[in-house]
Design a binder for this molecule. Sequence first.
Ligand code: DAH
Length: 341
Amino acid sequence: MKQKEQLEGIRAEAEAALHSIETLEELDNVRVKFLGKKGDLTAVLKTMGSLSPEERPVVGQLANKIRGEITENIEKKAMELKAAQQEARLLAETIDVTLPGSPVEIGHEHPLSLVLDEVKEIFMGMGFEIAQGPEVEWDYYNFEALNIPKDHPARDTQDTFYITDNMLLRTQTSGTQIRVMEEKKPPIRMIAPGRVYRSDAVDATHSPLFHQIEGMAIDEGITMGDLVGTLETFAKKLYGSDTRIRLRPHHFPFTEPSCEIDVSCFKCGGKGCSMCKNEGWIEILGAGMIHPQVLHNGGIDPEKYSGFAFGLGLERLVMFAYEMDDMRMLYENDMRFLEQF
Ligand code: DAH
């Protein structure tokens, strides 16, 4: 009976095939080859017609037995392969919790903030409050109320972005003086730091956006002596107790008299060096006694009260403090630069 031999052959062949396969795909090919409609087992069964009636059930039984065996073996193999696959995946996806993590970059306080905080600290220690004014400002507060009418030449150096004819990006923090006067009764002692804007091209010492700190004190009997004492104390606290200040006459429309204040060079102590361009002095701010008209504009009686005001550029202070020669570095947000402070 050649069918019997053929069936035994299929059994052996299927066993060998199952033994050597490695993937579920290969397993499916084996199933199709041996058990499929066009498979080897079906092919043998198709030749059963040539067998005698006694032989037929014998071959039929054997064929069923072998089909059962192969089916069972395929299922077993499938389970094995799936388990191995799962194992491999778990292994590949293992997370080693003992590995060092990737570092999270933490920001760094900006030098402008560092110096501003120091300045705030010094003035708060002298009883000054911190005030704030808007960056989008009325022409009235930025210019008009500070004795700078529409056709005043002081506007030439303070061109800015106009939102309307009467509304602009403020060019100075001085407008905050008026806003604070409107809100508070003397005695007033305040500083108002903030961003200001000017139509200036970017270079090593200019930026269309920079920072100023405005300061103001108003009370009965405030004199130039208070201005000098306050700013000298400030300079000594910021640059060291050997620091001296010097007043040079100047003009600002909203103070009378007005001055510029220099500090003795904090690098050479006044002997002259590259930092102070051999002057021995470094200009740090503008100041003066608040003009009576400005007090009046702020709703304060200039007959009863007087006051001083000053304005300083934060970028200048920072550049001197850290001996920087290019202001642009302050705005590039390069961590290699910022982390040095
Ligand atoms: N606002 C002036 C400027 O931008 C600086 C200034 C000078 C402010 C004198 C003052 C002051 O308060 O009294 O140039």
